[in-house]
Design a protein around this ligand. Structure first.
Ligand SMILES: [Zn+2]
Length: 243
């Protein structure tokens, strides 16, 4: 790669490989470099068969084959918002790359390759120019922000739903407890009468055992209370004597 010091550019690394960069300020409208190479005549079969990425069509007949090493302009990358343009002079069969903005040293020099090239080579892989990258970045950031917004919205909704459900459950539980308490209270209030009746019923039904036991215990009580301890000790003494 020739890097002539009097030229206002050099070949350097760009985001897509190599590119042409300004080394000196380039004034708007100034010629930067000529795009040159052998002229191909589309009427000649041999010329028409040549195919590469550096063909620059001048008109229906003539095309510049810019793939030659000497053509430094072939390093210039495409940009959708370029700082240079290709000035095509079909009659002179000449193409010159010209600045359309003031270009500062260090800036990459770009021109728009045109719709045909864009459709054939750049659109399928996605244009990597600064403007398109910026657009993509912005789109990605927007998509990310939208995703985050939707996520936050969904989370908020879920939280609200959970809170609603919890409140509903609490209300249900409260209602259940109330019902339970009411039932218990009702049972307690009603319980006194039916229980008594039931006991009376048992007596009136004449279950011999229960009534007999009641009578027995009732009879036994006064005896033990009349002579507390003595009967027990006497019984113990009897038992000891037997033993
Ligand atoms: Zn682009």
């Amino acid at each position: 790669m020739p890097a002539l010091s009097n030229k206002p550019y050099r070949v350097g690394r760009s985001r897509t490989g190599l590119g042409l960069f300004a080394t000196k300020p380039i004034k708007k409208g100034a010629k930067i470099v000529r795009y040159f190479g052998p002229l191909l005549d589309s009427r000649k079969k041999k010329d028409d068969a040549i195919e590469n990425k550096y063909l620059f069509e001048l008109n229906g007949r003539w095309t510049i084959d810019g793939s030659v090493r000497k053509n430094i302009a072939r390093y210039i990358n495409h940009a959708c918002k370029p700082n240079a343009e290709s000035d095509v002079m079909p009659r002179k069969r000449k193409v010159v790359i010209r600045a359309i903005k003031n270009i500062s040293p260090g800036e990459e020099i770009n021109y728009d390759y045109g719709t045909d090239y864009f459709k054939a080579y750049l659109k399928p892989i996605g244009c990597k120019c600064a403007a398109c990258e910026k657009k993509r970045k912005k789109k990605r950031a927007e998509a990310r922000a939208e995703r985050l917004r939707l996520k936050a919205k969904a989370e908020k909704k879920a939280l609200k739903k959970a809170e609603k459900q919890a409140a509903k459950a609490r209300e249900k539980l409260k209602e259940k407890l109330k019902e339970k308490l009411k039932l218990q209270l009702k049972q307690k209030l009603n319980g006194a009468k039916p229980n008594g009746k039931l006991l009376n019923g048992k007596h009136s039904n004449g279950f011999g055992r229960s009534s007999g036991a009641a009578r027995k215990s009732a009879a036994a009580k006064p005896r033990t209370s009349a002579k507390p301890g003595t009967t027990a000790t006497a019984a113990a003494q009897d038992q000891q004597a037997i033993a």
